[in-house]
Design a protein around this ligand. Structure first.
Ligand SMILES: [Zn+2]
Length: 219
């Protein structure tokens, strides 16, 4: 599980944040809504680097002004007081294992199209994290799962769309049929010492490394 050391390792101020990751939104070849692993060769729309700060108030349209709040640079609306906070977005997913193998899904969309990841997705507003995890498992892999407890929480800092917080649960399959859906082009179980490459995000790689270690300790 991610210890305190890891969190401090990548802690940045908001200004470093905007500067440092501008180059990560690399455009890749592939279909955006393409079906089941087929690649049409049309260039995918360029993914913007880490969530930009709005220039205008999302409530009243007034140009935002730079402010400092508790030592953090932000933008605020001089007319209505709206502050453009830039928080990480929570994402939730499931660690499903079967005879020492882990369930992974291959990404059908940018970013990281074609890379593999733990079935997971962003929380909808008003959703409980557990609901998100179960929903994402169903949507991406076709499997119905029951959560069995928290696996771990990871910091997502290499998704070009936004900073994220990845919440992963242990889960057990209760039904459904293994079939790539929605955001996945392929789904399968893989032995922990022979994972497919590449694994999409650093947080997923960290979680899989932890899982591998836990499984070895269990034996
Ligand atoms: Zn405003």
């Amino acid at each position: 599980m991610a210890g305190p050391g890891r969190w401090h390792e990548w802690e940045t101020t908001p200004s470093e944040d905007t500067r440092g990751e501008a180059a990560t939104g690399k455009a890749k070849q592939g279909t955006r809504s393409g079906g089941r692993g087929k690649r049409a060769g049309a260039p995918a729309p360029r993914v913007r680097a880490t969530r930009p700060i709005p220039r205008h108030c999302v409530l009243c349209g007034t140009a935002l002004r730079a402010i400092r709040e508790h030592g953090v640079a932000r933008r605020a609306c001089p007319r209505c007081g709206f502050i453009a906070y830039r928080n990480p977005v929570p994402a939730c997913g499931v660690i499903v294992t079967r005879r020492g193998e882990v369930l992974l899904a291959r990404r059908a969309h940018e970013p990281k199209l074609g890379a593999w990841g733990i079935p997971a997705g962003f929380m909808e507003y008003g959703e409980h994290p557990e609901t998100t995890a179960v929903r994402e498992a169903r949507e991406e892999t076709g499997l119905r799962v029951r959560l069995q407890g928290l696996f771990g929480v990871y910091a997502g800092r290499d998704d070009p769309r936004t900073r994220a917080v990845l919440i992963l649960y242990h889960a057990r399959v209760t039904g459904g049929r293994l079939e790539a859906g929605d955001d996945a082009s392929e789904v399968d179980f893989f032995p922990l010492d022979r994972l497919p490459r590449p694994i999409a995000f650093r947080s997923h790689r960290e979680a899989l490394r932890d899982l591998n270690r836990f499984e070895k300790e269990r034996r």
